[in-house]
Design a protein around this ligand. Structure first.
Ligand SMILES: [Zn+2]
Length: 462
């Protein structure tokens, strides 16, 4: 007996080129969400997708309004006894500047050497269509999808998903699901199917040290008063010890200890530190003693100074002692650190470090909580299997040093673990000129999505 997935796979192979053509058509719409002058383009993009999904056997489709840009929504309700998968993606894109750096027009995607170049091809329109194409393959080859599917494609991801939580709360009844998959991340490397299971959070603040009402003459006052530039520099330098540990009291209190299994898993990844150093344009990998580079980036919190300013910075000399010095400071957080709690700890620590006679002001700007997927949930094994079936290689768990706040929002609102099944490449130029999509990956991605639905259909309803 033939495997019922076979006609689906055959359909995906047979329509490989058309799927690329359809992606090109959609990517011609310049849906830049940060471009306040052309909100109609983001709406046109949402409507284009909704209309496309409506032709793929969706039982209902809708444009979901927000206070900003709209989302496109579609669902395929086949059988209440079957599990329901919610797919998240976004149809808005990043701006295109600097335009001269593009080798082909950003909104007229072109294929070169197996890659499709254009804005949005991988972040995230290509990844949205990976799912739409897999759905189409089931509908055309088997008459229907093997599970219930809901697809939410928002239009504000590139501006921080500002209204996503509102939207999800309002539509909570519509968006209920057993599983959630997000396809908006990159794989560990070419051909390595990777599930991202951890994201760091962030806490960001301004720090100001002031000592005088105005800048003072460094001849009349030098050596006799505080210099805020030097005071702030000393305070910032004191935030790490010689082993690269953050000295802020309580900073590590809620950090989960890495298990031996987690460390072994990270160590097993084909990470080339030299290549990483070269690709970053830096000269050395440094950080907290006792941890590898990947462990530092993925599983340990960090504290960085993002900017520092004080006193005279123009051309030539100006002999002043600055009245104040300012720094931008941010921490990347790991489970179970809380951004507001960390901000309060840093604030208290800075106040303690400050000498008498200066004023320290700390202002919390924004924060986002870290995310760690419950990888013992059965859906992760299911996804691993699906991914490996398409790529013919074992699937690895990876994490991400950056923060994707909407993942926490989706996980919190749905109460389900978020499966981050991304099909991008680490060097795909997302957000930069010459964004590209690996067309082989696009094709295997469609198969991975099809296998995922197939595997989920075989599991019992949870
Ligand atoms: Zn994205």
């Amino acid at each position: 007996m033939t495997d019922p997935i076979e006609p689906v796979v055959t359909f995906i192979d047979a329509h490989r080129q058309r799927f690329v053509d359809e992606l090109v058509t959609w990517c011609k719409i310049p849906s830049i969400s940060s471009d306040a002058a052309h909100p109609e383009e983001v709406r046109r993009s949402a409507e284009h997708l909704r209309a496309h999904l409506a032709t793929l056997g969706a039982t209902s489709t809708a444009i979901l309004e927000t206070k900003g840009h709209p989302a496109a929504y579609a669902e395929w309700k086949v059988d209440p006894a079957l599990p329901t998968l919610l797919i998240y993606g976004h149809h808005d894109v990043q701006p295109i500047d600097p335009l001269p750096a593009w080798h082909s027009p950003p909104f007229d995607p072109q294929v070169r050497e197996g890659r499709l170049y254009g804005r949005g091809v991988v972040d995230d329109k290509g990844q949205v269509l990976i799912h739409a194409n897999a759905i189409e393959a089931f509908v055309r080859a088997r008459g229907r999808v093997p599970i219930n599917i809901k697809m939410l494609v928002e239009g504000e991801e590139e501006i921080g998903s500002v209204h996503l939580e509102d939207l999800m709360q309002r539509e909570a009844a519509r968006l209920t699901a057993d599983y959630v998959v997000v396809s908006d991340t990159a794989m560990f490397g070419r051909g390595i199917p990777s599930l991202c299971v951890g994201l760091r959070g962030i806490a960001y603040f301004d720090v100001e040290v002031s000592a005088h009402e105005m800048d003072l003459h460094s001849g009349s006052f030098g050596g006799g008063v505080h210099n805020p530039a030097l005071v702030l520099a000393r305070m910032l330098a004191a935030l790490h010890d010689e082993n690269g540990h953050v000295t802020v009291e309580g900073f590590y209190e809620k950090v989960r200890t890495l298990t031996d299994a987690e460390r072994a898993e990270i160590a097993s990844l084909p990470f080339d530190e030299r290549a990483w150093i070269a690709a970053s344009g830096t000269h050395a990998a440094v950080g907290e003693r006792g941890f590898t580079t990947l462990e530092r980036l993925w599983t340990r919190p960090s504290l960085e100074c993002n900017g520092l300013t004080a006193g005279w910075q123009g051309h030539g000399p100006k002999t002043v002692i600055p009245a104040f010095a300012r720094a931008k400071v941010s921490c990347r957080l790991v489970p179970d650190q809380d951004p507001k709690e960390i901000a309060a700890q840093v604030e208290a620590h800075l106040a303690k470090l400050a000498p008498a006679g200066v004023k320290v002001t700390t202002h919390y700007i924004h924060g986002g909580r870290p995310y760690l997927a419950p990888t013992d949930h059965p859906v992760f094994e299911i996804a691993k299997r699906a991914f490996s079936r398409a790529f013919g290689k074992p699937t690895v768990f990876i994490r991400e040093g950056g923060s994707i706040p909407f993942v926490r929002t989706i996980a919190d609102v749905t109460g389900k673990p978020c499966l981050l099944m991304g099909f991008g490449q680490p060097d795909e130029n997302a957000h930069a000129p010459n964004e590209w999509l690996d067309l082989e990956n696009f094709h295997l991605g469609i198969k991975s999505a099809a296998f995922l639905y197939d595997e989920l259909a075989r599991t019992t309803h949870t």
